[in-house]
Write a protein that binds this ligand. Structure first.
Ligand code: C2E
Ligand code: MG
Ligand code: MG
Ligand code: MG
Length: 279
């Protein structure tokens, strides 16, 4: 009967939910141990000036190498870490490690992703100041990328915190601009030094006039506000050309390099040196 069938389906879903719940618990347990087991690593992705192709910065991207699960993507564990209260601790490690690594790369900025919740948590400016003081990285070499989250809540406190870190000399970028929670209202409330144009617009730049129009509009905003523009997810020379033509300042993406361990950035910086010296 339909009723029995319904019960069967319910049992099936209940079973599925149990599996999902058990899996989540196991992931949670592994995540709680990850930091002390040294399973986190930072990879760095080059950011280049579109006019000269010069390396200007690197973005630190968190990697979790879990022995049984393999490489876990940040999108798969950062929301969970946030939910169970582990992000402050992980975030502090990221900040400190990125600053320490960046010391080796003269004239290259390091961009660190920070969720809005980390800023809301309080004491964020102290955390930044301490990471700089303890590693000796000049503040001008650090950029904070604000990722996902509702900036509009806790507005006053968030504005104050962002202004405090900007007063240190640290720059602030708005990540994934044009999607999700980011909105024009933020541009009025918060002072950013850079907007990062989301990958989704860059991806359809060559075959969608609407994407091109949106990119033009964002670049108009960055020029009017006097802030830098970065295009994310640049994969083809054609995308790079179209962005350069439109006056975008910098780009990152697979065309220039995938996220790689710090040692690979050492090589990149070393190779770049003669060219810079010859200028
Ligand atoms: P995001 O900050 O917008 O980083 C860009 C993402 O796009 C990265 O994914 C990067 O690997 C990927 N990507 C870069 N170039 C290309 C390209 O040309 N094509 C394609 N298809 N993808 C490209 P990833 O490393 O998986 O990071 C995902 C997100 O996780 C990041 O997005 C960021 O929001 C978050 N995240 C990463 N590390 C941290 C961290 O340390 N703290 C916090 N709070 N969030 C982080
Ligand atoms: Mg980012
Ligand atoms: Mg992004
Ligand atoms: Mg993102």
């Amino acid at each position: 009967s339909a009723k029995r069938e319904g019960r069967g389906i319910f049992r099936f879903f209940a079973e599925e939910m149990n599996v999902a719940l058990r899996e989540r618990r196991a992931l949670e347990a592994d995540l709680r141990n990850a930091l002390k087991r040294g399973e986190f690593a930072l990879h760095y992705q080059p950011q280049v000036a579109l006019d000269s192709g010069r390396l200007t910065g690197v973005e630190a991207l968190l990697r979790w190498n879990q022995p049984t699960r393999g490489a876990v993507r940040p999108d798969a564990f950062i929301p969970l870490a946030e939910e169970i209260g582990l992000l402050p601790e992980i975030g502090a490690w990221v900040l400190r490690t990125a600053c320490a690594d960046a010391l080796r790369w003269a004239d290259v900025k390091v961009a660190v992703n920070v969720s809005v919740h980390q800023i809301h948590a309080g004491g964020f400016e102290t955390l930044v100041a301490r990471a700089l003081a303890e590693t000796g990285l000049p503040a001008e070499r650090l950029e904070i990328e604000i990722t996902e989250g509702v900036l509009l809540t806790h507005t006053d406190a968030t504005v104050r915190t962002l202004e405090q870190i900007r007063a240190l000399g640290v720059t602030v970028a708005m990540d994934d601009f044009g999607t999700g929670y980011s909105s024009l209202g933020y541009l009025q409330r918060f002072r950013f030094d850079k907007l990062k144009i989301d990958r989704s617009f860059v991806a359809s730049l060559h075959d969608d006039p609407r994407a091109a129009a949106i990119v033009d509009a964002v670049l108009g905003i960055t020029r009017a506000l006097g802030v830098r523009a970065n295009a994310e997810g640049v994969e083809t020379p054609e995308q790079a050309r179209m962005l350069a033509e439109r006056g975008c300042d910098e780009a990152q993406g697979w065309l220039y390099g995938r996220p790689v361990p710090a040692s690979a950035i050492d090589t990149l910086v070393a190779e770049r040196l003669p060219a810079v010296a010859a200028e």
